[in-house]
Design a protein around this ligand. Structure first.
Ligand SMILES: NC(=O)c1ccc[n+]([C@@H]2O[C@H](COP(=O)([O-])OP(=O)(O)OC[C@H]3O[C@@H](n4cnc5c(N)ncnc54)[C@H](O)[C@@H]3O)[C@@H](O)[C@H]2O)c1
Length: 375
């Protein structure tokens, strides 16, 4: 495992809520602002910024924040941490500037669009003594937590095969909706770098590192994009397991992502955000709603500190199904705990780099026609 660089003294007191500013007030920003609102004893979102000042002001009005310029965010003594929701290819330079200014940094996936940029950010963190984490919220889904626990307990035996599929759909209008979307410089890739990375990160977390990739990619059904909308790859894992990886944003109308892990003692299948199947030799296999209930039960409803909002909601008789936004809230809670306890966050900068390195190896293999080892 990569070394954890202990953080220096936190600018936040050990008990006061960590004071956040949000950078980039676009699509994902509202999910994040709402998630932070739901953990007031842990976090306080006070400021936002965007290169589009009108957008920043509208976002500030909506969430009761102060919109301020980027330079002021960096200087502001009452901002402890930044959450970066900007186009992907800006994550490393903005994150490095924030770390140098003494802020803790949480970055939306992907960490950046290539390994060199990720390494620059890791170097910036090492010299800053501040925390760095990368959003990969699906690790916090109860289903993912339950499968992780099964693997930790060796219930599946030795993993020998992995089947990862992300048959999603994004319209041409989606790619046309932002100048950065579908560009090599700022999106860094297409269906794998932007969308499939969620499943890539889950796969690496659950099945371990990949030692070699052989891939083909295509731009099959979109125009005016520089990136792929189709990926077919075979993988060799460091433990000898073999895997397949399929990702697309061209498979109309889009289907749930699916990750199947096959071991000598059983199989676990995640589909969408749910546990689809857990079948362990000698036990009754569980599927469907029983599997979802099992995941909630064994994961304690996700991570306890992360889902206290759901606990409160349950007590108040509200709908407590795991839903969009819950996993972001869980990851914020973990990031704040990492700051307070000076421990590694669940999804560290090294984890963020590993997902980008695998995806870069896929692109390199498709470009050269040769197998590639991830950097
Ligand atoms: N975790 C998830 O499920 C999830 C979902 C969607 C997007 N994302 C990630 O979030 C990031 C943003 O995606 P989005 O869809 O919200 O994009 P978006 O285009 O909707 O929003 C990006 C915002 O950043 C602003 N911006 C650009 N340059 C800036 C700068 N230098 N400083 C400040 N603001 C700047 C833009 O004006 C825009 O408002 C991407 O990295 C994407 O991969 C993650």
């Amino acid at each position: 495992m990569d070394p954890f660089v202990p953080a220096g003294p936190s600018p936040a007191s050990s008990v006061a809520p960590v004071r956040f500013a949000l950078v980039g007030c676009g699509t994902i920003a509202a999910t994040q602002a709402q998630a932070l609102r739901e953990i007031p004893e842990l976090a306080c979102l006070t400021h936002c910024t965007d290169v589009d000042a009108t957008l920043a002001r509208a976002f500030a009005d909506r969430f009761g924040l102060s919109a301020i310029p980027w330079e002021e965010v960096l200087r502001h003594p009452e901002i402890d941490a930044l959450t970066l929701c900007t186009p992907s290819g800006l994550h490393s330079p903005l994150g490095a500037a924030a770390l140098a200014a003494g802020k803790h940094v949480l970055i939306e996936k992907p960490m950046d669009v290539n390994v060199a940029a990720c390494d620059a950010l890791l170097a910036a963190q090492a010299s800053s003594g501040r925390q760095l984490a990368v959003i990969s919220q699906h690790r916090f889904d109860p289903a993912s937590q339950a499968v992780h626990r099964s693997i930790q307990n060796n219930e599946l035996g030795r993993l020998f095969a992995v089947d990862a599929r992300v048959p999603w759909f994004r319209s041409q209008e989606y790619y046309d909706s932002g100048a950065w979307r579908g560009t090599l410089t700022l999106d860094g890739g297409g269906c794998l770098m932007n969308q499939g990375i969620h499943t890539v990160d889950l796969m690496l977390w659950l099945a371990g590192p990949v030692s070699e990739v052989f891939a083909r990619t295509a731009t099959a059904a979109h125009e005016r994009i520089e990136v792929e909308d189709l990926v077919c790859a075979t993988l060799t894992f460091a433990n000898g397991a073999l895997g397949t990886l399929f990702a697309s944003t061209a498979t109309y109308p889009g289907f749930p992502a699916r990750l199947a892990l096959h071991g000598t003692e059983g199989t676990a299948i995640l589909e969408g955000d749910e546990l689809h199947t857990l079948a362990i030799r000698g036990r009754e296999p569980i599927t469907g709603t029983a599997a979802s209930a099992h995941a909630l039960q064994v994961s304690g409803g996700g991570t306890r500190s992360a889902v206290h909002h759901a606990d409160n909601a349950r007590a108040a008789g509200e709908d407590t199904r795991w839903k969009w936004g819950d996993a972001h809230r869980a990851q914020f809670a973990d990031f704040i705990a990492a700051i307070r306890e000076n421990r590694r966050p669940a999804v560290s900068g090294h984890d963020g780099r590993a997902a980008v390195a695998l995806i870069q190896a896929v692109y390199e293999s498709a470009r050269t026609g040769h197998p590639v080892r991830p950097a």
